[in-house]
Design a protein around this ligand. Structure first.
Ligand code: CA
Ligand code: CA
Length: 76
């Protein structure tokens, strides 16, 4: 078992299942795109969470953050 600190879970557990794994990485991929007020996806809190660096768009930078965290946790 990996020890996941609460802060990490809060930030990286995008689907809310209590684990950080490839499913959360998939959630990032599914939500790629801008989170502008006019964007339907931005109305979903989970989609906003997917913007890990909070810059208003889900893109490669957020994918990198997720990959980095998965690597840190030893998740394949
Ligand atoms: Ca999860
Ligand atoms: Ca982002």
């Amino acid at each position: 078992m990996t020890n996941v600190i609460a802060d990490d879970l809060d930030k990286y557990d995008l689907n809310g299942d209590g684990k950080i794994n490839t499913a959360d990485n998939t959630t990032v991929l599914e939500n790629l795109g801008p989170l502008s007020p006019g964007n339907e996806a931005s109305k979903n809190p989970q989609n906003r969470k997917t913007d890990l660096n909070q810059d208003g768009i889900v893109d490669q930078k957020d994918r990198d953050l997720m990959s980095q965290k998965l690597k840190e946790l030893g998740v394949q």
